[in-house]
Design a protein around this ligand. Structure first.
Ligand SMILES: [Zn+2]
Length: 355
């Protein structure tokens, strides 16, 4: 990084909480930014202090020597100029490009305040508003691919008051655009700039359908699964709410049928003797029970063979079992049940436990 701008590390100081790296200049000549004439007539030098990415758990400051040269072109209005170090740090900036890039990546991923908090943990000092200011200056990263299959839906900036439209690239599963408004005109303006769009997944409202029909008439419109299910659920709820009397009657009949099925014919029918019905097992429980049955059968077979005088090696070979497994079976006092698996550790669990 320093070599690219003709610098070399001359010394460093980590006596304090910050690592300060002095970088001397090896630049013997530079081009005048005004007339582009090369000059090696040294005029002076100064130190430019910029923050760099942290290292060895310490914040890093680069004290970079910058040389000034006299312009040798008598016709140039510029008398002196500094050598260029733009590949290290942008003009007027106090952070190196790679530090700015690191903070920007955090900002794109997390937003202002969260990025600032994580940056502090990583040894980079920056405030939330600074992160946001830099993101506004940098703008949205340009998409590397043109969207072909997109999803369009509205989102609430302030629920019940202001809504926008979010556009998602459904092939890359990434949001690619936020539009201010959820009316057809807003979407039409954006869609007209996207000639590659072939499939548009949308909700079942009219605005987005009109927009897609106007701006991308050849694109296939698809009602997305979430909205179909949500609409179905809402319609079913409305249907049920329309006939509460019939609903109660159906529930009463269903309860009675269940109770009758649960009571054996010869037992008296007093409510106190009603046997509760056993809930059907879930698929995973059925699989678990089946696996336990297999393991139990293997255990009993291994124990039987061992009592008949077979060696552990012979049992393992005959039953295609590991010798350790056979040994654990034959030395156990009873069928060794599988140990319950402990819940998986997660960052959230650790954080909660630490508090
Ligand atoms: Zn010049």
């Amino acid at each position: 990084m320093l070599d690219a701008v003709g610098k070399h590390v001359s010394s460093w100081d980590d006596s304090g909480s910050r690592l300060v790296v002095d970088a001397g200049s090896l630049v013997q000549s530079a081009a005048c930014p005004r007339c582009t004439c090369s000059s090696s007539r040294l005029h002076g030098r100064y130190r430019r202090r910029v923050a760099d990415c942290p290292s060895f758990d310490q914040a890093v400051t680069l004290a970079v020597e910058v040389r000034r040269f006299k312009c040798v072109n008598p016709g140039c209005p510029r008398r002196t100029f500094s050598e260029r170090v733009e590949t290290l740090v942008a003009a007027g900036q106090r952070r190196t490009l790679r530090l700015v890039e690191a903070m920007r990546s955090l900002g794109y991923a997390l937003g202002g305040e969260a990025a600032a908090q994580l940056a502090a943990c990583l040894g980079m000092r920056v405030s939330g508003p600074t992160v946001l200011r830099d993101l506004r200056r940098a703008g949205c990263p340009l998409p590397t691919t043109v969207p072909v299959v997109i999803g369009i839906d509205d989102w609430a900036m302030a629920r019940g008051h202001r809504y926008g439209t979010i556009v998602v690239d459904l092939e890359r599963h990434l949001p690619i655009e936020l539009l201010a408004g959820r009316d057809a005109a807003t979407v039409v303006t954006w869609l007209k700039e996207q000639p590659a769009v072939k499939v548009i997944a949308r909700d079942r409202s009219g605005a987005y359908a009109d927009a897609a029909r106007t701006a991308a008439p050849d694109a296939q419109q698809v009602a997305d699964r979430w909205h179909l299910l949500a609409n179905l659920r809402d319609a079913f709820e409305r249907l049920l709410l329309r006939c509460p009397g019939k609903l109660k009657e159906a529930a009463r009949q269903a309860t009675e049928t269940l109770q009758l099925e649960a009571i054996p014919a010869e037992t008296p029918t007093e409510p106190a003797d009603v046997v509760p019905t056993e809930l059907p097992l879930k698929a995973c429980q059925r699989q678990s029970n089946a696996r336990r049955e297999c393991r139990l059968a293997r255990y009993e077979e291994a124990v039987r063979r061992h009592r008949a005088g077979e060696s552990i090696r012979a049992i393992g070979q005959a039953m295609n079992l590991d010798r350790c497994t056979v040994r654990s079976f034959v030395h156990a006092d009873a069928f060794p049940e599988r140990a319950q698996r402990a819940p998986a550790s997660s960052l959230l669990r650790k954080t909660v436990a630490a508090r």
